[in-house]
Design a binder for this molecule. Structure first.
Ligand SMILES: [Fe+2]
Length: 424
C-alpha cells in the first residue's frame, strides 16, 4: 500500500516514516501544500495513496485544510484514501471537526507502532499479521481451509504437481531386497554426491571407525552394513527432497525430518523387540507417516513462488493447514506413490487410533513411534505435550512394559545422535 506521511516537524516525520515503512511504501511531505500536490499527482498517475498520515498542526496549510483538499481531489475520481490525523494534543472539538471533514481516525502524540498497527487493523488496511504488507493489492484469505482448498484446486487443474517420490531411497531399498551386488548399489548412490559423501563420512566417524580411513563408497557400505546403509539412504533422500530454499520453512522442515526419522527408528525398534510380523516395513512407515506435512509445506512454498498469495501466508496459517490436513494429504500422496493401503492408513490415523478402520500392529507401532519421537523432543509439526507413553492406547495394545519403553527411548536416542552427525 502506498502511504503519504505529512508532518512539518523533522524528528516526528522521520519517526513516523520509519514506522509506516513497515506497513507499506511510504513517502513524506514537509507541509500541507506539498502534500496536496503529491496527492493530486499520484491520483493523476493512477497510483493513488491508500493511506495518509496527516499532522493537524502545520505552519502554512493546517491539517484539516489539507484533508478537505484531499477529499475534493478524490470527489472527481473513484478513490478514497484512509486519512489518519496526527495530533499533539487531543482536543475533542478538533477531532470531531476533522471527522466531519472526512478523516477516518486520529492518533495522539506520543504514539508507537502498536497504536498505529491497531488503527490500521481497525480500518482494514492490514491483515492480522500486520507489517510488511507493502505492495499488497487485495488481501486474500489465508485460513487453513482456504489454503487447502486452493492446493486441491491447483492439483486438480494440473497447475501444481505433487512432489516426486524420493527415488534413490526407494530404489536402493528395492536393490537390497533383490539381493543386488555391491557394485550396483554403490553405482546408484554415486548418482547422488551428497548422499554418497555423507555415507563415506559416517563410515569414518567415531561410531563406526575401523582400521584405516575409507575413501570408497563400496567399502563404506561394507563397514556400515546393508541394513544401516539402507536406513541412511532412505533418510537422506527424504531430507534432500524436502529441503526448502526459504529460511522460514527450513527450520520447520528440518524439525519434521528429525521427527519422522525418530519415529522411523522407534517403529523399527518396536517391531524388532516385539518380533512383530508386519505388513509394512516399519522404518518406511515411520519415515513417511508425516509425509503429508512435508508435501503440504513444499506445495505452499511452490504456491508462494508462483505468486498465489503475494507472500502473505504467515507461519500460523501454514502451521494450522499442516496440522489439520497433513494426514489426509499424506494418504493421498502415498496413494499416488503407489504405497499399499496399510501405509495410507498409517498416514491417516497415526495420531488418532479412534478413526482407524481397525487397530493393527502396523498402526500401533507408528502411533507409539510418533509419541516416542515427541517425548524425546523431536516434536515435528504438533505442539509440545507431556506424554505418558505407558498410558497410550498403542502401548497398551502392544502390551509394552515400562522397561521396554525405556530401552526403546534409549535406542532411538542413540540412533538420532548418529544421524545428527550427518547434519551440516
Ligand atoms: Fe508425527
Amino acid at each position: 500500500m502506498r502511504i503519504l506521511v505529512v508532518e512539518d516537524e523533522m524528528i516526528s516525520r522521520l519517526k513516523l516514516e520509519a514506522i509506516m515503512q513497515k506497513f507499506g511504501r511510504c513517502e513524506t511531505a514537509e507541509n500541507g501544500s506539498q502534500a496536496v500536490h503529491m496527492y493530486q499527482k499520484a491520483m493523476v498517475q493512477g497510483n493513488a495513496y491508500r493511506l495518509v498520515m496527516l499532522d493537524i498542526e502545520m505552519p502554512d496549510m493546517k491539517g484539516p485544510q489539507v484533508l478537505r483538499q484531499i477529499r475534493l481531489i478524490e470527489a472527481a475520481r473513484d478513490h478514497r484514501a484512509a486519512v489518519i490525523m496526527v495530533t499533539a494534543q487531543l482536543s475533542q472539538t478538533l477531532v470531531v471537526s476533522c471527522i466531519q471533514d472526512g478523516c477516518d481516525d486520529y492518533i495522539a502524540k506520543p504514539f508507537n507502532i502498536n497504536i498505529i498497527r491497531d488503527k490500521l487493523l481497525k480500518l482494514g488496511l492490514i491483515g492480522g499479521h500486520g507489517e510488511n504488507d507493502a505492495g499488497r493489492s487485495k488481501p486474500k484469505s489465508t485460513s487453513a481451509e482456504n489454503i487447502f482448498n486452493r492446493i486441491n484446486e491447483l492439483l486438480r487443474s494440473g497447475e501444481l504437481a505433487l512432489p516426486p517420490m524420493p527415488q534413490i531411497g526407494i530404489r536402493f531399498r528395492e536393490m537390497v531386497r533383490d539381493g543386488a551386488d555391491m557394485d550396483k548399489m554403490a553405482g546408484l548412490l554415486k548418482k547422488d554426491v551428497v548422499i554418497a559423501s555423507k555415507i563415506i563420512r559416517l563410515s569414518n566417524s567415531a561410531s563406526y571407525r575401523g582400521f584405516g580411513k575409507i575413501h570408497s563408497l563400496e567399502r563404506a557400505i561394507g563397514r556400515l552394513g546393508l541394513a544401516e546403509t539402507e536406513k541412511l539412504v532412505m533418510a537422506l533422500s527424504n531430507q534432500k527432497l524436502f529441503m526448502a530454499e526459504n529460511h522460514l520453512y527450513r527450520k520447520m522442515l528440518e524439525d519434521l525430518w528429525l521427527h519422522s526419522l525418530a519415529c522411523a527408528f522407534a517403529a523399527e525398534a518396536l517391531t524388532d523387540t516385539l518380533e512383530l510380523n508386519m505388513a509394512v516395513d516399519a522404518f518406511t512407515a515411520g519415515l513417511f507417516h508425516d509425509i503429508g506435512a512435508f508435501a503440504l509445506i513444499h506445495v505452499i512454498v511452490e504456491l508462494e513462488n508462483l505468486g498465489h498469495y503475494d507472500k502473505l501466508l504467515d507461519l500460523e496459517a501454514i502451521n494450522e493447514t499442516v496440522q489439520v490436513y497433513h494426514k489426509i494429504f499424506g494418504a493421498k500422496l502415498l496413494e499416488k506413490w503407489a504405497f499399499d493401503s496399510e501405509y495410507r492408513q498409517i498416514a491417516l490415523c497415526h495420531n488418532n487410533l479412534d478413526i482407524a478402520e481397525s487397530i493393527t500392529p502396523e498402526i500401533c507401532v507408528v502411533h507409539l513411534g510418533n509419541l516416542v519421537a515427541k517425548s524425546l523432543g523431536y516434536i515435528g509439526c504438533g505442539g509440545k505435550q507431556t506424554i505418558e507413553l505407558m498410558q497410550t492406547p498403542s502401548a497398551q495394545t502392544l502390551q509394552l512394559t515400562g522397561d521396554q519403553i525405556d530401552s526403546l527411548r534409549k535406542a532411538v536416542q542413540s540412533q538420532m545422535a548418529l544421524v545428527e552427525q550427518l547434519l551440516d
